[in-house]
Design a protein around this ligand. Structure first.
Ligand code: UDP
Length: 258
């Protein structure tokens, strides 16, 4: 593991998932340190869906709990932490981090690789990012619909491009599992799953308005823009029930069943 696990980390645990108690600015600084170290690191942005999935998916849970940086990425996770008596400073979302990291990358000369989303989407996202941050070095783009027989070629293209930052947009948990499986051979200082971020940055999908995000209503927006997201949305009541149960158990001094 890189220096992510030797630095003095302060976590907040949500349903057995360790999430770093850092704000956006500190998270960006930590990532800067990963880049300087030149060794591979995994960054996970944990939303309510990720935390719920990790309850049953042991592989995902182990990946998240051994990642070098895990950020709180949904209003639900923020609310659960507040109920727990250990509030986070702010939401640190994947799409916001991606944009801020690209802004830094354009100033500091870091190399960026975009992997994932439907053919053409990452290209449009890249164009929009370079328009916004002139000088940004996007050293590779690859869509996320390649077959298992093409994986070696994709890995080679990433290795050859030598990015400092690899953003992987396959959705949870596929992106985290893919990064974890190939991390050692990829040798990228920072690999981070960014879900539907390329869809948003390309303009293909609109992000939920700020007020919806603040009031835990992002799911309404997601469902309205893509009814196929129903299976993801259906996990939210389970998350809310578990988070409320954990907070009540904590207040009553009961130990979690895990
Ligand atoms: N995707 C991909 N390859 C796949 C399946 C999905 O590249 O085999 C992409 C998909 O096109 C989308 C992203 O992964 O851009 C998943 O977005 P979603 O909003 O579902 O992810 P979330 O942010 O909810 O994790």
């Amino acid at each position: 593991m890189g220096d992510g696990n030797v630095r003095n980390r302060k976590y907040t645990e949500i349903l057995g998932i360790k999430i770093d108690a850092l704000d956006m600015a500190s998270s960006l600084e930590v990532i800067e340190g990963f880049i300087r170290s030149r060794t591979p690191h995994i960054v996970v942005t944990a939303d309510s869906y990720c935390v719920t999935l990790a309850q049953k998916d042991r592989e995902l849970r182990e990946i998240v709990n051994s990642a070098d940086l895990v950020t709180p990425d949904s209003a639900g996770v923020l609310l659960a932490a507040r109920l727990n008596g250990t509030p986070f400073a702010e939401r640190v979302s994947g799409v916001d981090m991606l944009v801020l990291l690209c802004e830094r990358a354009s100033r500091l000369g870091h190399r960026v690789f975009l992997l994932g989303a439907a053919p053409g989407v990452a290209e449009t996202a890249a164009k929009n990012l370079t328009k916004r941050f002139p000088g940004l070095k996007i050293v590779g783009i690859q869509h996320g619909y390649f077959g298992p027989d093409e994986t070696d070629a994709v890995i080679k293209s990433i290795r050859d491009a030598q990015p400092d930052l690899l953003f992987v947009a396959f959705g949870i948990p596929m992106q985290e599992k893919w990064i974890s499986k190939h991390k050692d051979v990829l040798q990228v200082p920072v690999a981070m799953g960014v879900g539907g971020s390329f869809d948003v940055l390309s303009g293909k999908v609109k992000r939920a308005p700020e007020w919806m995000q603040r009031y835990c209503l992002e799911w309404v927006h997601r469902l309205m823009s893509n009814p196929r997201k129903i299976s993801k949305v259906m996990t939210l009541p389970a998350f809310a029930t578990m988070a409320l149960g954990a907070a009540a158990a904590k207040r009553l001094g009961l130990k979690p069943r895990r």
